[in-house]
Write a protein that binds this ligand. Structure first.
Ligand SMILES: C[S@@+](CC[C@H](N)C(=O)[O-])C[C@H]1O[C@@H](n2cnc3c(N)ncnc32)[C@H](O)[C@@H]1O
Length: 216
């Protein structure tokens, strides 16, 4: 999309305007608020990691939800400028082999209660390629969850609807007490097939090898 058109569409977007007025770095804040209203995945005092957190819309919501006794850790390959007493940020590529240990170190060597991923690759507009790249990120986030998420913890992972998604849902159902595929209101989505995979109450580790077995 031409840069000028991108800016004018963004200015006209009511969610973007609302985010600006309410002090959120991005409209993604309202996606997390929507999911939190439905499923209460984050509680006061929680340690929460968000992968793909720049510029920080969801991270600010996380920080508000966990409060003074909790911690919001935002991870992105891009810098995150959002600041707060209960916010820590980490600028790394989540595909880097050392990423899980670096995240754990930022958590003070405690495992987190909730792992969110809103990470997305640069979309090229070819659905088959974009959905599979997104699926790679889902898999990587599950590998990271295997190191940093506590037993009984929750995950919320961004994905795009595709046939492979149905295949990975079976292992996700096994790994969590409850599993849901959630869509946000259409006006909030930039990509019409965007969904979030919610795993509530991790009951079986590790997650990634089970996913790998159905993807191969
Ligand atoms: C849709 S944006 C996230 C918006 C953010 N959650 C918010 O609330 O403002 C997707 C993010 O994923 C990040 N990302 C994509 N691949 C990544 C990777 N391999 N490692 C770290 N971050 C990545 C991008 O840099 C981008 O900031």
């Amino acid at each position: 999309m031409a840069r000028g058109r991108w800016f004018s569409e963004r200015r006209a977007d009511p969610w973007h305007r609302r985010a600006k007025i309410e002090g959120y770095p991005s409209r993604a804040a309202y996606k997390l608020k929507h999911i939190q209203r439905l499923y209460s995945i984050i509680r006061p005092g929680d340690l929460v990691v968000e992968l793909g957190a720049a510029p920080g819309g969801m991270l600010k919501v996380v920080s508000e939800l966990v409060g003074d006794d909790g911690l919001a850790v935002g991870v992105d390959i891009k810098p995150i400028t959002l600041k707060g007493e209960n916010i820590r940020t980490l600028q790394i590529d989540i595909n880097d082999p050392s990423a899980p240990q670096e995240i754990l170190r930022t958590l003070g060597d405690s495992k987190c209660d909730v792992l969110i991923s809103d990470a997305s690759p640069n979309l090229i507009g070819v659905a088959e390629v974009d959905t599979l790249r997104q699926l790679d990120l889902v898999f990587r986030c599950c590998e990271i969850a295997d190191t940093v998420l506590r037993d009984d913890g929750n995950v919320m992972l961004k994905a795009f609807e595709c046939p492979e998604l149905t295949r990975i849902e079976k292992p996700l159902r096994l790994c969590f007490i409850a599993y849901r595929r959630v869509t946000t209101p259409p006006s909030l989505r930039k990509h019409s097939s965007e969904v979030y995979l919610l795993g509530i109450g991790r009951r079986r580790a590790p997650i990634a090898p089970l996913l790998k077995s159905v993807l191969e």
